[in-house]
Write a protein that binds this ligand. Structure first.
Ligand code: HEM
Length: 235
């Protein structure tokens, strides 16, 4: 009989690992953009170098909000890279210490990304105005909440709830990339219909919530339809 965790189950585990590898490859251009822009912006915010191109995100005389913005990009890029690795059953079963170690990196990354993004929204506000503040603000709050709950239930040894919150955290960690994907596909399909440079077009306004809420809803459906496998804590 084929059971998970035995030698015969390994092809299944490694197929999952291959899927995660492909996902990360697809994400890579965005991750490189976010971490590169974040690092360049941090140097510019500290007055060490300038920005290659002018950006509304770097404002003279506002070092705190500049730093918050570019810090969230760099750390958020790392978060988008590392979070999908936690989906790997192979990693959880064969390298449980690595799974736990990665978790200890991912939770603070998510919290710092969330807090820095929220600080920027509160102190300066987004380019798109109050609706964009609301869409991105809710996104940041949910990311922070998912990080705290994932950590909390892991510490409590409640691995059913830990799994559910960790999956929410991963969806939210991928959502910033999904936001850019939506724009890429929409621009290819329509040439950018109902989208404006200040993000006030109808498409932009739908996007403010559509990059994370529908995916969270789908995940909730998945969590209800597919009973969670009985989980044993990683040792
Ligand atoms: C999950 C990882 C995240 C990554 C990789 C990321 C990356 C980025 C990047 C690269 C930009 C600049 C886009 C551009 O101008 O080209 C940006 C903008 C922004 N992000 Fe994030 N982000 C993440 C999460 C978040 C979260 C959780 C929040 C909310 C708390 C947030 C709030 C913002 C805001 C407010 C802007 C500026 C919008 C404007 O132009 O006014 N981000 N992000």
């Amino acid at each position: 009989m084929r059971t998970r965790g035995t030698k015969t189950a390994r092809p299944w585990l490694w197929r999952g690992a291959a899927g995660i590898f492909v996902l990360i490859l697809l994400e890579l251009p965005f991750i490189l953009y976010a971490t590169g822009f974040g690092a360049e912006g941090m140097l510019a915010s500290l007055g060490i170098t300038g920005l290659g191109e002018a950006s509304h995100l770097l404002r003279d005389g506002a070092p705190a909000t500049n730093i918050a913005m570019f810090l969230h990009m760099g750390l958020g890029g790392l978060l988008s890279l590392l979070a999908p690795l936690q989906l790997s059953g192979a990693l959880r079963r064969c390298r449980p210490r690595l799974h736990r170690g990665l978790g200890r990196v991912i939770v603070p990354l998510a919290l710092t990304t969330s807090v820095a993004g929220l600080a920027y929204i509160l102190l300066r506000g987004t380019i798109g105005g109050s609706l964009m503040d609301l869409g991105f603000g809710l996104y940041g709050l949910l990311l922070g909440l998912a990080a705290i709950m994932t950590w909390r239930f892991a510490r409590a040894g409640d691995f059913q709830r830990h799994r559910a919150w960790a999956l929410r955290l991963i969806v939210l960690a991928l959502a910033s990339w999904i936001y850019r994907l939506h724009y890429t596909f929409w621009t290819l399909a329509t040439g950018g219909l109902y989208s404006r440079p200040d993000f006030t077009g109808l498409f932009d306004q739908i996007q403010l919530f559509a990059f994370y809420l529908p995916y969270l809803a789908l995940l909730e459906l998945y969590l209800r339809l597919r009973p969670a496998p009985s989980l044993t804590p990683p040792r």
